[in-house]
Design a binder for this molecule. Structure first.
Ligand SMILES: *Cc1c(COP(=O)(O)O)cnc(C)c1O
Length: 236
């Protein structure tokens, strides 16, 4: 199946187009170039696709699975030492060591025990990571993230007791709901806790997210094209 494999020139053009849209949306709310970070979500796409974006000068990427990232990213990071990798998928405690070793930011801190494990691992390693707390703004049972009503307490614990480098919040709004309500809620929780970074907005709604104060937008399909259908672990 090659139908869903974008050409290298497509990735380059998509990247330029997405950056342009980010710049325009930023300008409309009086933000300058560079105020919004584009996190290019390369999950499910081959290392070669990320390589095209790296060669085009892009540096910030996101993956949602540790094992997949471990296959793709050590070699890419060796070639491009200033590349930065964000974890945007759920993290289990038995993968914390690997995550801290490879990722530069973890966007999915959502519970006390995980926060503690990440804080311990950062202490043991000499890695400088940024952490975002994921908030389940839609209160969806199947989705990760701390519930909005529990967010203040988790943020306080991370900062005051664990000394975790929390820079902001992240959310993934429910697919079938108006995302702006979720962006506004995330912004509100960040504001009352004095957090600066907001990771929100994906291919379909990143301009709206920027209007609501996003500092990080996570765009996959808009850069790399449609994702190949999910294949269970171990299948080619
Ligand atoms: C896959 C993914 C994205 C990118 O989604 P697109 O709609 O392809 O842009 C963003 N955030 C998270 C957490 C993801 O898992």
């Amino acid at each position: 199946m090659v139908a869903h494999m974008p050409q290298n020139s497509d990735i380059r053009e998509n990247l330029i187009a997405v950056n342009k849209r980010i710049a325009e949306a930023s300008e409309a709310v009086s933000l300058g170039p560079g105020d919004v970070t584009l996190v290019a979500i390369s999950k499910t796409h081959p290392a070669a696709a990320a390589h095209v974006a790296l060669e085009a000068g892009h540096r910030v990427f996101g993956e949602n699975r540790i094992q997949e990232a471990e296959k793709k990213w050590p070699a890419l990071k060796e070639e491009f030492p200033d590349a930065r990798l964000h974890l945007v998928g759920g993290l289990q405690r038995n993968k914390v060591k690997a995550a801290v070793a490879l990722f530069d930011a973890i966007q999915t801190i959502d519970r006390s025990k995980l926060a503690r494990a990440v804080a311990d691992e950062i202490d043991k390693s000499d890695r400088q990571l940024k952490c975002f707390i994921q908030v389940n703004t839609g209160e969806e049972a199947q989705k990760g993230g701390v519930l909005p009503e529990d967010a203040d307490a988790l943020i306080a614990e991370c900062r005051d007791s664990l000394n975790l480098p929390v820079v902001g919040l992240m959310c993934i709004p429910p697919a079938d709901e108006e995302p702006s309500l979720h962006f506004a809620l995330l912004r509100e929780i960040a504001k009352r806790n004095g957090l600066e970074s907001l990771s929100m907005g994906m291919s379909g709604d990143f301009e709206m997210a920027i209007r609501f104060g996003a500092t990080h937008v996570r765009v996959g399909t808009g850069i790399f094209g449609e994702r190949p259908p999910f294949k269970p672990e171990g299948q080619a």
